[in-house]
Design a protein around this ligand. Structure first.
Ligand code: SF4
Length: 291
């Protein structure tokens, strides 16, 4: 299989076959992200994709799930994604789900018909990095779409029958705004009813605009204690059935929970951490992975 530059995939896709369809991230401008900073975005060539699928056919003929890399593979046009999905089903007929990272912007540039056809071809379980349900915080993170766009585009996915996971970050609104961020995320999650919610935690990675703003006191990071309070409040306020998918290594407390069934257990778990540790200990723990 051919892979160019860094390859990222959600921890939940650790056993999923990865197929390169793009290199880097077409947006590559988020305030906090260094993942593809040094990679020029490009689109994988059709003959390379076909070669990879032939290799996958000989190695993993019964694979059921495939993850298209890289950072925002859903940026490809509806037409191109359809062609790729058809090739996948040709070489790997057992594939049931074709998943990938998708930005709000990527969805915006697909027609309703495109989305319907992509759903029919098994494209779903999209990993959408919404990051925050607060408009001003979202603008600061420079994801390339507004809060109104996020609401509208996630509803379009629902309408087309494309399932998705809602990615967001604790601490995304900075110090003193954790509860506000929790309320805003919970409101949006309750509205758009994602299959799962995928929290990570904001980190000021070296070389980012965020790190520069933190150094210049333009942005103040949430404390670790605030992050845990935000985590509790977010879980408390979610009133739809969804999967809390919190195992990312960047989180201080990493766990999964089926909501609403495991809601109280999840809250008790975070409360236990809050009561049995202190800010100094919490702040000494996370040496967060660069994202
Ligand atoms: S967070 Fe995602 S969309 Fe933003 S620059 Fe990083 S990879 Fe690209």
């Amino acid at each position: 299989m051919n892979y160019t530059g860094p390859v990222y995939r959600p921890p939940y896709e650790a056993s999923t076959l990865l197929l390169e369809v793009t290199v880097g991230c077409a947006h590559n401008k988020c305030t906090f992200c260094t993942m593809y900073r040094d990679v020029r975005f490009s689109v994988a060539k059709a003959d390379q994709i076909e070669k990879d699928l032939q290799e996958a056919q000989s190695l993993y003929p019964n694979v059921k799930r495939i993850f298209l890399v890289n950072g925002d593979a859903f940026v490809l046009s509806g037409k191109r994604l359809k062609e790729i999905a058809e090739k996948i089903h040709h070489y790997l007929p057992s594939v049931e789900v074709i998943t990938m990272y998708a930005s709000i912007n990527n969805i915006m540039h697909k027609s309703d018909d495109d989305l319907l056809e992509l759903a029919k071809l098994g494209i779903g379980d999209l990993w959408v990095g919404v990051e925050t349900g607060l408009g001003d915080a979202l603008d600061y993170l420079n994801k390339g779409a507004s809060l109104a766009d996020a609401e509208e585009q996630l509803e379009r996915l629902n309408k087309a029958g494309i399932t998705f996971f809602y990615g967001f970050m604790f601490g995304a609104a900075g110090k003193g705004r954790g509860i506000e961020n929790a309320k805003a995320n919970a409101r949006l999650i309750n509205k758009v009813k994602p299959l799962g919610i995928v929290p990570t935690t904001l980190n000021a990675n070296d070389g980012t605009k965020l790190a520069e703003d933190v150094a210049n006191s333009v942005f103040e990071m949430a404390t670790e204690g605030e992050v845990l309070e935000e985590q509790i409040k977010t879980i408390e306020l979610i009133d739809v059935a969804t999967h809390y998918m919190g195992i990312h290594a960047i989180n201080s407390l990493s766990f999964d929970a089926a909501l609403p069934k495991d809601k109280q257990g999840a809250i008790d778990r975070i409360n236990y951490a809050v009561q049995n540790t202190n800010e100094a200990t919490l702040a000494s723990v996370p040496v967060r992975h660069a994202i």
